[in-house]
Design a protein around this ligand. Structure first.
Ligand code: 5AD
Ligand code: SF4
Length: 436
C-alpha cells in the first residue's frame, strides 16, 4: 500500500531547503507527497526556533495533530531547529511525537522512521554530523518555484548573544565549490534561471575559494540569469565582495546586511562585533553604486537594556541609510543563549510601541522608493503564473521587490519566465505593474 507523507516547514530559506532535502529522502523511500496532513500517514514538522512565536506555532500544530492521531494511525516527526534544540525533551512535552531528527541528521530519516514505524519505538537522532553539508543534493525534491535554493555553507561561527542558531546549526562547514558548481549546472539544465546561494553566513564561505570567487564562478555558468545569496554578517563583508556585487550584472541588485540596532551600546551587548561606524563603512564599500542596490536589513527592538535613546539611534540609522526594506522583530529570549543573563525589564507595551514606530518609519522609506519607480520599465521573473482573485500575476524584480502584474488577455506566463513590465502603482509592500 502506498504510504503518504506531508512536510510542514517554518523559518528561513535554509529550512525550506532542508524540507526539500527531506522530501527527496521520503520519495526515495517510496513515499508519496500529499498536500495536507489530513491525507498523510507520516507528518513531519520541520521547525524553526528563532523566536518564541515560531515555537508556539509548532506546539499548536502538534496539539491539532494529537487529535488527528486519535482518529487514525499517524506517525508524527519533528525536524529542524526546535528538534536540535529540545532533543528528547520534545517527547516529554508532546508524547504524540514518534521521532525527532536534528538539523545535521537528514540522511538518517529512513532509519529513524523505520524505528518509529516498524519497531514502534520513539526514534531520535540529534547527533552532530559535521559532514551534513555534503548531503547528496541530487535527491532533493525542489518545490516548483522560480528560483532554486542551493546550500553553500552550514552553521555559524559568530556568537550573537540573542541567537539560537549556532546551537541549532553548529559551527561553519563549507561545501566544496566543485560540488556547488555541479549542482548549479544540473539546475540550469533542469530549466532554473535563478539561483539563491544559502548559508547562515554565506560571506565566510571557504570551500576551496572565497565567497567572492564563488560568486564569480557560479555567475559565469551558461544559462544563469540571476544569482542571489543570503544571509551575510557585516564583519565578513569585504570590499572585494562589494565590488563584485555592483559590477557583476548577473548578481541581482539586492543586499541583505542585518544591522540589528543603531546603538553601539546595544550592539556591544549583542556581541555583533562591529560599531555603527564600522557598519556604515562597509556600506560605503558599495560606493556610488549604492543607489542601484536594494538594501535590506534586520532589526531587533527591545533588546535587554535598550533605552529610548538607543532606540532613537536605530530610527536615526534607518533615516540615514534609508534601507529599501527591513525585517524587524521584538527581542525574544531563547533558552541557552548568552542574553538570558541580561536584565530584561522593558515592559512588553514599550517594545511593541517601538516596533510599530520602526515599521511605520520603514514603510515611509519603502513607499518613497517604490513611488520613484512609477513609470519605469523593469525586468521581473514570474513567481506565480496563476491569476489571483484580484486578477494579477506575481513577479519579482532583481532588487527583490514584488510586482503585482495586471492580466494581459491572451498571454499565458510561465513559472520563472523573465518579463518586461512598466510600474504603474506603488504601496509599501508591492508595486503594481503591466506587461510591456
Ligand atoms: N529575538 C528576536 N529576533 C531574533 N533574530 C534572531 N534571534 C532573535 C531573537 N532571539 C532575528 C535577527 C536575525 C533574524 C533572522 O532574526 O534580526 O537577523
Ligand atoms: Fe529558524 Fe534560524 Fe533555524 Fe532558520 S536557522 S529555521 S531562522 S532558527
Amino acid at each position: 500500500m502506498t504510504k503518504r507523507f506531508f512536510i510542514q516547514t517554518w523559518g528561513c530559506q535554509m529550512n525550506d531547503h532542508d524540507g526539500e532535502k527531506l522530501t527527496g529522502v521520503m520519495v526515495q523511500e517510496g513515499y508519496v507527497e500529499v498536500n495536507s496532513s489530513k491525507e498523510a500517514d507520516v507528518v513531519i514538522l520541520n521547525t524553526c526556533s528563532i523566536r518564541e512565536k515560531a515555537v508556539h506555532k509548532v506546539f499548536s500544530e502538534l496539539g491539532r495533530l494529537k487529535k488527528e492521531k486519535l482518529q487514525r494511525p499517524l506517525t508524527i516527526g519533528v525536524t529542524g531547529c526546535l528538534a536540535q534544540q529540545e532533543q528528547s525533551h520534545l517527547f516529554t512535552r508532546a508524547p504524540q511525537i514518534d521521532f525527532v531528527l536534528g538539523t545535521m541528521a537528514l540522511e538518517k530519516l529512513p532509519h529513524i522512521l523505520s524505528q518509529a514505524q516498524i519497531k514502534g519505538e520513539k526514534g531520535i537522532d540529534v547527533e552532530h554530523y559535521p559532514d551534513n553539508h555534503l548531503f547528496p543534493t541530487e535527491i532533493a525534491k525542489r518545490k516548483p518555484t522560480a528560483k532554486a535554493l542551493v546550500t553553500i555553507i552550514e552553521g555559524c561561527n559568530h556568537a550573537c548573544t540573542y541567537c539560537i542558531v549556532p546551537r541549532t546549526r553548529g559551527i561553519e562547514r563549507s561545501r566544496p565549490y566543485q560540488s556547488i558548481i555541479d549542482e548549479v549546472i544540473r539546475l540550469i539544465d533542469q530549466g532554473y534561471r535563478e539561483i539563491e546561494l544559502l548559508g547562515q553566513n554565506v560571506n565566510s564561505y571557504a570551500g576551496g575559494c572565497n565567497f567572492t570567487e564563488l560568486l564569480r564562478r557560479v555567475s559565469a555558468l551558461k544559462g544563469l540569469e540571476w544569482l542571489r545569496f543570503t544571509t551575510s554578517h557585516p564583519m565578513n563583508f569585504t570590499k572585494e565582495l562589494a565590488h563584485e556585487i555592483v559590477t557583476n550584472p548577473r548578481i541581482a541588485p539586492f543586499l541583505h546586511l542585518p544591522v540589528q540596532s543603531g546603538s553601539n551600546a546595544v550592539l556591544k551587548r549583542m556581541l555583533r562585533e562591529y560599531t555603527i561606524e564600522e557598519y556604515l563603512e562597509r556600506l560605503d564599500y558599495l560606493g556610488s553604486s549604492r543607489s542601484s542596490i536594494c538594501l535590506s536589513t534586520d532589526f531587533i527592538v527591545g533588546f535587554p537594556g535598550e533605552t529610548e535613546s538607543d532606540f532613537q539611534q536605530t530610527l536615526d540609522l534607518l533615516d540615514y541609510v534609508q534601507f529599501e526594506s527591513s525585517f524587524s522583530f521584538i527581542y525574544s529570549l531563547r533558552p541557552g543563549t548568552a542574553a538570558v543573563r541580561l536584565k530584561d525589564d522593558l515592559p512588553a507595551e514599550v517594545k511593541q510601541e517601538r516596533l510599530v514606530r520602526l515599521q511605520s518609519r520603514q514603510a515611509h522609506w519603502t513607499l518613497l522608493d517604490n513611488q520613484n519607480m512609477i513609470g519605469k520599465v523593469v525586468d521581473a521573473r514570474i513567481e506565480n503564473p496563476i491569476l489571483n482573485e484580484n486578477g494579477f500575476w506575481v513577479g519579482r524584480m532583481g532588487s527583490s521587490k514584488t510586482l503585482h502584474l495586471k492580466e494581459k488577455v491572451g498571454y499565458i506566463p510561465q513559472m520563472g519566465e523573465l518579463v518586461s513590465a512598466r510600474i504603474t502603482a506603488a504601496s509599501p509592500h508591492f508595486l503594481g505593474a503591466e506587461l510591456v
